[in-house]
Design a protein around this ligand. Structure first.
Ligand SMILES: C[S@@+](CC[C@H](N)C(=O)[O-])C[C@H]1O[C@@H](n2cnc3c(N)ncnc32)[C@H](O)[C@@H]1O
Length: 295
């Protein structure tokens, strides 16, 4: 196991969001057909794109949201990437949590400013960045990843696209070994076999804490369900997926897009009981019922 604060390597000086585009930051370029290009503004660099060439030096110093012309005279839009636009373009060698699922994990996992959060694995660090934004400077995130190359990939992506993160600790190791050594308000498991890790997650979580598992297949879902039923410290599990359909909206045509990402993953959440609590009624290990509407 190896631990490192992950502020190291991050570009310390990032322009404030309202400041002009600066050397060293990454921008998204959109060509007239809506194609996207994520590029780093290194002085002297030339970007050969499908509709011509654009010089990085022509972009540095312009306001975010500028229109620039390529060598072929085509108009390009240039923006600092929003989170949702960044993630599909993120350099990666592993699957990321899609923005729609990151949004659900933040809300259903109840990730709040100041929270102590643990996630495993890390992959390219897409969810890492969403978690760092949600916990804010007063929170703390520990990310556990078993593969050194993924640790490096995540460190690079967070440094490049999020910036300095002094409240982020990136641990190279096995989730099963590292989780029990930590304490947290929230635990997020995005790895192939979260079921066997639920005991370690329960050990790390405070009473009232929340565990979130993200898995792509129903077989994994069934395995989590079995593991949750066998772990008396977790109750009130909820399982869902989200489907997001973009629409084509133009003056003469308003309809759903022809293509959509039909399936990404299932999100499972459960609550951590207090240690002194008597064992929950077995019924509470299943789906919660409707609320009574009273407050
Ligand atoms: C799907 S990727 C995570 C993607 C990431 N959440 C994101 O949004 O970019 C799964 C990662 O879990 C790591 N992993 C799998 N099993 C693990 C374990 N037992 N302990 C630590 N890391 C693990 C893999 O190496 C891989 O990097």
């Amino acid at each position: 196991m190896s631990r490192a604060s992950s502020a190291e390597g991050a570009r310390a000086e990032r322009p404030a969001p309202h400041e002009p585009l600066a050397a060293g930051e990454s921008v998204l370029l959109f060509d007239p057909k809506g194609r996207e290009y994520l590029r780093e503004l290194r002085p002297g660099r030339r970007f050969s794109l499908q509709c011509g060439v654009i010089d990085a030096d022509d972009l540095i110093g312009r306001p975010d949201g500028s229109v620039v012309r390529s060598s072929l005279g085509h108009a390009f839009l240039v923006f600092r990437p929003t989170y949702a636009r960044l993630i599909p373009n993120l350099p990666r060698q592993a699957q990321v949590v899609y923005p729609k699922d990151a949004a659900s994990i933040i809300v259903w996992g109840d990730i709040y400013p100041g929270a102590r959060v643990i996630e495993s694995g890390v992959g390219p660090g897409a969810l890492t960045m969403a978690l760092l934004r949600a916990i804010g400077p007063d929170g703390h995130l520990t990310s556990i990843e078993r593969r050194p190359d993924h640790v490096q990939m995540a460190r690079d992506n967070v440094a490049r696209f999020h910036g300095a993160a002094p409240n982020w600790e990136l641990v190279l190791g096995e989730a099963a070994e590292v989780l029990p050594t930590l304490r947290a308000d929230r635990v997020i498991l995005d790895l192939p076999e979260p079921g066997p890790l639920l005991g370690a997650a329960a050990q790390a979580l405070r009473p009232g804490g929340v565990v979130v598992c993200y898995v792509p297949t129903t077989i994994q879902l069934a395995a989590i369900d079995e593991a949750l039923r066998a772990e008396p410290r977790f109750v009130l599990p909820q399982t869902f997926e989200t489907l997001q359909r973009f629409w084509h909206v133009a003056p003469n045509s308003v309809r759903p897009d022809h293509r959509m990402v039909a399936h990404t993953g299932f999100i499972v959440t459960a609550w951590r009981l207090a240690d002194q609590a008597p064992p929950a009624d077995p019924g509470l290990n299943g789906e919660p019922g409707p609320t009574d509407g009273a407050s």
